[in-house]
Design a protein around this ligand. Structure first.
Ligand SMILES: C[S@@+](CC[C@H](N)C(=O)[O-])C[C@H]1O[C@@H](n2cnc3c(N)ncnc32)[C@H](O)[C@@H]1O
Length: 231
């Protein structure tokens, strides 16, 4: 096919435009099934290990973890930069506490959060260190954080979400694990546990259709989780 630069199927969209257009389709995206089956159990186990407290879901999107946070006995706060993603979340969770804002300028007081969860958002931020400084400022001493994201060794270059017959491609950034760990340390946070998940580690193996990248080199990690604490 002869894609022109104005063809939405060939354009890589900036974050805000991309999620504005993708919001209505996001929950039906085939990768959401992958995260529900393979990432959600890790998040649930982490939440269950914590005393009750407030949990900032940083980059909460359409609210995949909203119900899991509440059913684990915590109070959730969903923050996202995209108004449209939050509007979708509002439809399924009308009572939920929501804030529109950015990870690198969190609208919360120092040490006011007990826990921070952030799933697949760091691949979008322009500066990791700014984000970790904000996490370190707003979480209380002893407060814990769980991050999850695609592993930089996974062969992806954009986020592509199917929207009817169109494909919405959203820009992403790849940070190496060294950059990630350096920024965590530089912000004064402590890495408690880092885990990589490849095909052999995940309970739900996706079908080949739609997940070709996962099978291209089955030894490659697909995503990682990092558990942190503010000393
Ligand atoms: C891949 S989605 C993940 C959503 C949700 N965490 C989940 O697990 O389904 C990434 C989300 O991060 C949000 N996001 C990206 N950069 C952000 C930033 N700097 N501050 C707040 N939200 C951001 C996007 O708007 C989008 O909703």
């Amino acid at each position: 096919m002869n894609n022109s630069p104005l063809d939405p199927d060939s354009a890589i969209l900036d974050l805000r435009t991309g999620y504005r257009l993708a919001a209505e389709f996001y929950d039906r995206w085939h990768w959401q099934e992958f995260w529900r089956r393979n990432e959600l159990p890790v998040v649930r186990e982490w939440l269950a290990s914590l005393d009750a407290g407030n949990v900032l879901d940083a980059g909460a999107g359409t609210g995949l973890y909203r119900a899991v946070i509440e059913s684990s006995g915590h109070r959730g706060i969903g923050l996202d930069i995209s108004r449209e993603m939050l509007l979708v979340q509002r439809r399924t969770h009308p009572e939920a506490m929501q804030v529109q804002g950015s990870l690198d300028a969190l609208p919360f007081r120092d040490s006011s959060l007990d826990y921070i969860l952030s799933t697949r958002v760091l691949t979008h931020v322009p500066a990791l260190l700014l984000v970790f400084r904000e996490f370190a400022r707003t979480v209380r001493p002893g407060g814990q954080l769980l991050l999850a994201d695609l592993h930089p060794e996974h062969p992806y270059s954009t986020m592509s979400i199917k929207a009817n017959r169109r494909k919405i491609s959203i820009e992403i950034r790849k940070y190496s694990i060294e950059e990630l760990k350096d920024s965590i340390g530089a912000a004064g946070l402590h890495l408690v546990e880092f885990r990589s998940y490849g095909l052999k580690d995940i309970a739900w193996k996706p079908p080949h259709e739609g997940f070709k990248n996962v099978y291209r080199d089955p030894t490659h990690p697909i995503f990682y989780t990092a558990q942190l604490v503010r000393p």
